[in-house]
Ligand binder design. Structure first.
Ligand code: 13P
Length: 255
């Protein structure tokens, strides 16, 4: 089964609900000529902007995702959001384990796993983020770090559930820095990730898994990155915050 290119915008903590409506209106117009047969496109605004995005993008080919999910269905977890709450809004995807959550909010492989279980239980499509820091790369630990993150994320996840998961490889040193992994370097790492997945779920399942690249992907480099054999799209930060650059990035990636 050929993997479909999947490009998602991670808006991080940007855009109020009103600003989200404006950006989504612009995206709706721009993306009208992009066929969903060639690419899956999603935007992931912050929680308070999800409703506005869903309302604006209804009936279009642009999907909406959240940036986090709590592992419980409800309860005494002040400030948290459950899968049922996201699902009820009409959210389709959810980002789990982004490096900013690992770095600033105490996310661990264990909590990533718990959130992944909850997302699958809620019928959301998870985008599980993994990636090494600069120190880890320079210390020759990239593969060990990624393998640990992958194995930790997928504890107790069965083969059927695994099929619903998207992986985003985001080298931490490339996020928001303008430093992109070279296409060759990213390809090597993606191939390694697929090998680890094959070890867990078999070669066929690993072959079918969408693995996005994230970290300073922009219109100028999306084509070369997505052209790599094991790079199936992108998780985009800065370049997703403007309709023109997000559109150009997607168009170049699939063109
Ligand atoms: P940038 O595209 O801004 O580097 O961010 C990448 C990212 O963290 C997406 O999740």
């Amino acid at each position: 089964m050929a993997r479909k290119v999947f490009i998602a915008g991670n808006w991080k903590m940007n855009k109020t609900a009103a600003e989200t409506a404006v950006l989504c209106r612009a995206l709706k117009e721009k993306f009208a000529d992009i066929c969903p047969c060639s690419v899956e496109v999603a935007v992931c605004p912050t929680f308070t902007s999800l409703s506005a995005a869903i309302a604006e993008l209804k009936g279009t080919n642009i999907k909406v995702g959240a940036q986090n999910i709590h592992w419980a269905d409800n309860g005494a977890f002040t400030g948290e959001i459950s899968g049922a709450m996201l699902k009820e809004l009409g959210v389709e995807y959810v980002i789990i384990g982004h490096s900013e959550r690992r770095q600033y909010f105490g996310e661990t492989d264990e909590t990533v796993n718990k959130r992944l279980v909850a997302a699958l239980r809620s019928g959301l499509k998870p985008i599980v983020c993994i990636g090494e820091t600069l120190e880890e790369r320079e210390g020759g630990k990239t593969e060990a770090v990624l393998e640990k993150q992958i194995k930790g994320a997928f504890v107790s996840i069965g083969a059927d559930d695994f099929k619903k998961v998207v992986i985003a490889y985001e080298p931490v040193w490339a996020i928001g820095t303008g430093k992109t992994a070279t296409p060759d370097m990213a390809q090597d790492t993606h191939a390694f990730i697929r090998k680890v997945l094959a070890g867990l779920y078999g070669a066929a399942a690993a072959e079918d898994t969408v693995i996005q690249y994230g970290g300073s992907m922009k219109p100028e480099n999306s084509k070369e990155l997505v052209a790599q054999k094991d790079i199936d799209g992108g998780l985009i930060g800065g370049a997703a915050l403007k309709a023109d650059s997000f559109y150009d990035l997607v168009k170049n990636a699939i063109g």
